[in-house]
Design a protein around this ligand. Structure first.
Ligand code: ATP
Length: 449
């Protein structure tokens, strides 16, 4: 079903390039397929999202520990996890147009020769039977390229958590229930990447595995489902653009006991798509790693004097996909009362905005640039702010609106006389007159979560 929200993807791609949020990787060489680089504003936005996650999942709680495991792992890890045998997508080729498609996503694909049709629907389409294609990238460790030295780039961060379960539990003396969380790169050789940073071959995941006593798993599952949805809402995503999707029996991975996706409505024909998965994985992962490594990965429950392999509730979210959701959600074009030209605004939540305030001298004389420069340095001690003295004040406002800056501070003639400045709020366009020395507190107050 088509989304009631407009498709803003093309406009967003162009805004992101123009303002330095996101560039195509290796652009001067013609670009690399579905790999993107984050520019000066993009790196701030994505970092703010990751910081919010790290705070919500690790620093703000006492029952989740942080971890930063390596990308390269022992190849047996991926046999134990099931990725060598089963991390595949069904691939079909079209002999006519040479297009490649995921057999399970044909409904979302378009025939390159006849875009109004799906692959297989246009009379000249000649699709092969599906064959399984493993999504893991391979490389070699050491100087010899032979099968014994082959390693994989991890396709998910979760396995780094499982193999460190005992290390983390024993070093922190955490008692079950507790979790381990990490943020890191993952790589998948996707057959049909696309939609900007929605599906890429190199991306970042924010994953948390919560270890619980068997029997308490569904209670924890429900708790994490609710907590994770609340996190997305707190980023400022519209409630009507978020929903849960429960995996049916057919959709459930073989190891999963229950799974829900949190979906966001990206607008246009893309519509609702997964941004996060919440899974009850039972004892599958720890049991498999016990089997393949020959090492015990169980937990000793001292009060009851018994050992058990914990069940795992997983929350897995893509940092890039959330960044895209945040950008899509924030993008708007609007008419401004009394002005012929409308404006484009990124209505980002203030805590996510890459720049918190623009500081402008009204004109480049009468001591205004000097005052504004001093004020910028003062504010920069606690917030990322941007000093701009070029062009008309209206153009400077518009530029900050387009990159989501929540406040603009203008130093004018009155400032020099009474040390007050104008603070203009991005969304309401309201202007407040504020004492310059009260500005750090004024901003801190409004930027608090
Ligand atoms: P999909 O069905 O979209 O391929 P998935 O079910 O394989 O996703 P998971 O393995 O559960 O995804 O990964 C967890 C999260 O990681 C996803 O919800 C998504 O946010 C992110 N993710 C997965 N693959 C990609 C990718 N190729 N590009 C960007 N983010 C991704």
């Amino acid at each position: 079903m088509a989304s009631p929200h407009a498709d803003v993807m093309d406009k967003l791609v162009s805004l992101c390039k123009r303002h330095g949020f996101i560039f195509q990787s290796s652009e001067i060489y013609g670009g690399t397929g579905s790999v993107w680089d984050y520019g000066p504003l993009g790196v701030e936005l994505k970092r703010n999202i990751k910081d919010r996650w790290w705070h919500a999942m690790v620093r703000g709680r006492d029952d989740v520990e942080g971890l930063d495991a390596a990308i390269l792992m022992h190849p047996r890890v991926w046999e134990a996890s099931g990725h060598v045998a089963g991390f595949t997508d069904p691939l079909v080729d079209c002999k006519t147009c040479k297009g490649r498609f995921r057999a399970d996503k044909l409904a979302d694909a378009r025939c390159p020769q006849k875009p109004s049709k799906r692959p297989g629907e246009w009379e000249t389409c000649a699709l092969t039977a599906p064959r399984q294609f493993n999504l893991m990238f391979k490389t070699f460790m050491g100087p010899v390229e032979e099968s014994a030295s082959m390693v994989y780039l991890r396709p998910e961060t979760a396995q780094g958590i499982y193999v460190n379960f005992v290390n983390v539990q024993q070093s922190t003396r955490q008692k079950i229930p507790f979790g381990i969380a990490q943020i890191g790169k993952a790589f998948r050789n996707e057959i049909t990447p696309g939609n900007f940073i929605f599906r890429t071959r190199e991306f970042e995941q924010m994953e948390m595995q919560f270890f619980v006593e068997p029997g308490t798993d569904m209670t924890w599952f429900d708790q994490w489902k609710a907590d994770r949805m609340a996190w997305h809402l707190a980023l400022g995503l519209d409630p009507d653009r978020l929903r849960f999707h429960e995996h049916s029996k057919e959709e459930l991975a073989h190891y999963a006991r229950a799974a829900y996706d949190i979906e966001f409505d990206f607008g246009g024909s893309l519509g609702f798509q997964e941004v996060e998965g919440v899974h009850n994985r039972g004892d599958f992962d720890l049991t498999r790693h016990q089997e393949y490594s020959g090492k015990k990965l169980d937990y000793f429950d001292q009060p009851n004097n018994r050992r058990f392999v914990p069940f795992v509730i997983e929350t897995s979210v893509g940092a890039d996909r959330v960044t895209l959701a945040v950008l899509v959600n924030a993008y708007r074009e609007e008419h401004v009362a009394g002005e012929a030209e409308g404006r484009t605004v990124l209505g980002l939540h203030p805590t996510l905005a890459p720049i918190k305030a623009g500081v402008f001298p009204l004109v480049k004389k009468d001591g205004m640039p000097e005052f504004a420069t001093r004020l910028t340095a003062e504010l920069r001690r606690t917030q990322p702010v941007f000093y701009d003295e070029s062009g008309s004040i209206g153009r400077r406002y518009r530029r900050q609106d387009e990159v989501g800056t929540p406040f603009c501070v203008t130093v004018d003639g009155q400032t020099i006389a009474d040390q007050t400045v104008t603070v203009r709020e991005r969304d309401t366009l309201r202007q407040d007159r504020v004492a310059a020395n009260a500005l750090p507190a004024y901003l801190a107050d409004r930027l608090a979560v």
